[in-house]
Write a protein that binds this ligand. Structure first.
Ligand code: AMP
Length: 439
């Protein structure tokens, strides 16, 4: 199938071509004509399926066809998303199409000052991409006029519910006209999604892109059974041995993200973390460094990773298994995106076996197991040897007996690889003991 059979105009077809899309994805092929016909949509699709273009293209086309008589633009389309990252991703894609038809789109989200947003809204926009809480704030202050919204999109609706946005969404909906076209996308269907759809949609057409496709193929999955205390050596080994250069690593907590980042940096692997304690500008910078290949590894929490617009990720690692099985599907949806192949590796500690079982129940198939025993190279002495070789090879540094040469980007010499502090001195006297003693 080709894009030009979907009813899109020539400006948008050329926008699509310039993004490098040659054929519509299944969700695009089904949703675009249905949206152009004016139907409400209940779409079962997650990140990686091309759902953003599936709603952005027809909305932009229909808005572009309308004549605006008003002096100032008032929002005519509203896209609600769970996170700032997804807002940025959707907004980027929306803008790529909107500017072809001289439409203006803006992004509204929390965690930044409100004033600049108020000014942008005041100058006039056609499309608003927003997180629910901040948008409600604007609606209540009267700094956004939602009375002319004709298109409402709820993107990653399941995630918005998980993050507790249901009340905000319902309150926002009270500011919207009853007569409008509503599109709801969700990776999962729960009773609460169904209730939300009943409240907000009018006789929706249901479009389903099979979840299994994304989870099972073309992504190769494997679970490495490994003690929690050895995960860090394992991941470091896998990345180096496999020559992995673009790896997204999921961890459970922000603290865990920072800790692992520090440890991988210590191992000489260019790594940065992205999580909600980092400012938006730092997150943006990290993302662009990762996209441009300046970073090998991006460590992220689930919330921060939602909606990250990173293409063709060959490797995703679950350093911690997610507490919610659905998050596993979201996570591995980050690899093998839009037809590319990928590998999703989970490091599973004995205490995480129940989580693995819950994931397999959701997937309805087992994930192949591998054990650490298959990787004898991940051994304390070997790790140490690498460190010693590196230390010896450090240019311009004299090898001082008993003293570790300090390298840029590494923690102080008193900090062993395991991340825990030991009394200074102990490490200097017997560098071997630190690595071996931990196992
Ligand atoms: P989404 O599910 O909207 O997050 O899109 C996932 C990724 O697929 C994004 O990086 C898009 O740029 C890309 N994409 C969307 N539609 C297509 C298409 N028809 N062909 C190739 N890539 C696409």
């Amino acid at each position: 199938m080709l894009f030009d059979s979907l009813g899109l105009n020539s400006e948008l077809l050329s926008a699509v071509a310039s993004r490098g899309y040659t054929e519509p994805t299944p969700i695009q092929a089904s949703a675009i004509p249905a949206i152009l016909e004016g139907a409400d949509i209940l779409g079962g699709a997650q990140t990686g399926t091309g759902k953003t273009a599936a709603f952005a293209l027809p909305i932009v086309q229909m808005l572009g066809e309308q004549e605006i008589t008003r002096k100032r633009r008032i929002p005519r389309a509203l896209v609600l998303v769970p996170t700032r990252e997804l807002a940025a991703q959707v907004s980027n894609e929306m803008n790529a199409y909107a500017r072809r038809l001289s439409l203006r789109s803006t992004m509204i989200y929390g965690g930044v000052t409100i004033q600049a947003q108020i000014e942008r809204l005041h100058r006039g926009v056609d499309i608003v991409v927003a997180t629910p809480g901040r948008l409600l704030d604007h609606a209540e202050r009267g700094t956004v006029n939602l009375s002319t919204v004709q298109f409402l999109v709820l993107d990653e609706a399941d995630r918005m519910l998980d993050l507790g946005f249901i009340d905000d969404i319902m309150r926002v909906s009270e500011y919207l006209p009853k007569k409008r076209q509503t599109l709801l996308f969700s990776a999962t269907y729960s009773a609460s999604i169904k209730r939300l759809a009943d409240d907000l949609l009018d006789r929706p057409r249901r479009i389903e892109v099979e979840r299994k496709n994304i989870a099972a193929d073309p992504v190769t999955q494997a679970a490495y059974m490994v003690e929690k205390s050895r995960k860090r050596e394992m991941i470091s080994f896998l990345i180096r041995q496999g020559g992995w250069n673009r790896v997204l690593v999921f961890v459970r907590t922000r603290y865990g993200a920072d800790k692992l980042t520090e440890e991988l940096l210590y191992d000489g692997i260019k790594t940065a973390a992205i999580h909600s304690n980092k400012s938006q500008s730092i997150r943006n910078r990290t993302l662009s460094q990762f996209r441009e290949g300046e970073l090998r590894v991006l460590v992220a929490t689930d919330v921060a990773a939602r909606g990250l617009d990173i293409e063709r990720l060959p490797h995703v690692v679950n350093y911690d298994l997610p507490q919610v099985p659905e998050d596993y599907v979201h996570r591995i949806g980050r690899t093998g995106r839009a037809g590319e192949s990928g590998e999703a590796i989970s490091l599973v500690a004995p205490e995480e076996k129940v989580l693995l079982a819950a994931i397999e129940k959701l997937l309805t198939y087992p994930i192949p197991r591998r054990t650490l025993a298959e990787f004898p190279e991940v051994a304390p002495r070997r790790s140490l040897k690498i460190r010693e070789q590196k230390a010896a090879a450090a240019p311009g540094k004299k090898k001082t007996k008993g003293k570790q040469p300090k390298q840029a980007g590494q923690p102080p010499a008193g900090r062993p690889r395991g991340g825990k502090r030991r009394p200074r001195g102990a490490h200097r006297q017997r560098p071997a003991a630190g690595a071996a003693g931990r196992r």
